[in-house]
Design a protein. Structure first.
Ligand code: 5GP
Length: 175
């Protein structure tokens, strides 16, 4: 698979991805059986994960999406702006953040700090992908789809320079 100037190999196929998301959906449904959590999907990358996870919940739940600063090319920018488009009040709510991938963890740490100021009852993170080898922050990731090596991935919502989000499988940059 070639996107622009880069070559990618298949890494996770759609059925592996959807099976794992279904497991996380059940886990969250158990953990939040006495609550109506508010899911907050981080745009753009989390839209497919968020949609698939939401379909796999058996509890009452709300979902909303926000946008942070964008990721440029192959390395994390490390810059996060404010939460754009958060219309729901998260005060005293159980919040579950939906992220496509946690790399260095910087985005999540800054997001959690901003959210804490809004007084939620609880905040947990659900991320489809996690690169433990790239993590530089101390971060508690409650729900992780797949731990993956520290290599650039695309597909299932994740992009390379705006492209590749539509791929239903996840691909890894060829070495
Ligand atoms: P962090 O702040 O954890 O370093 O970076 C998180 C953000 O970087 C993710 O939300 C995602 O947008 C982007 N990112 C990190 N690694 C990758 C990757 O391998 N592929 C893509 N497409 N984006 C990535």
């Amino acid at each position: 698979m070639i996107i622009k100037d880069k070559e990618f190999d298949i890494y996770l196929n759609i059925s592996q991805i959807e099976d794992r998301i279904s497991e996380i959906g059940h886990q969250i449904s158990n953990d939040y059986s006495h609550s109506t959590p508010l899911f907050i999907g981080i745009l753009n990358g989390s839209f497919m994960f968020a949609s698939q996870l939401f379909k796999n919940l058996s509890i009452q739940a709300e979902i909303s999406f926000i946008k942070l600063s964008s990721y440029k090319n192959l390395t994390s920018s490390g810059e996060v702006t404010q939460l754009l488009g958060l219309n729901e009040t998260i005060f005293q709510r159980d919040v579950i953040i939906l992220e496509d991938i946690v790399d260095t963890g910087t985005t999540m740490v800054q997001l959690l700090a901003t959210m804490d100021e809004l007084g939620p009852k609880s905040v947990e993170i659900a991320t489809l992908l996690y690169k433990p080898g790239a993590m530089v922050e101390k971060l508690d990731l409650k729900y992780v789809g797949f731990e993956i090596p520290d290599r650039f991935v695309i597909g299932y919502g994740l992009d390379y320079d705006g492209l590749g989000r539509n791929l239903s499988d996840i691909y890894q940059l060829k070495l």
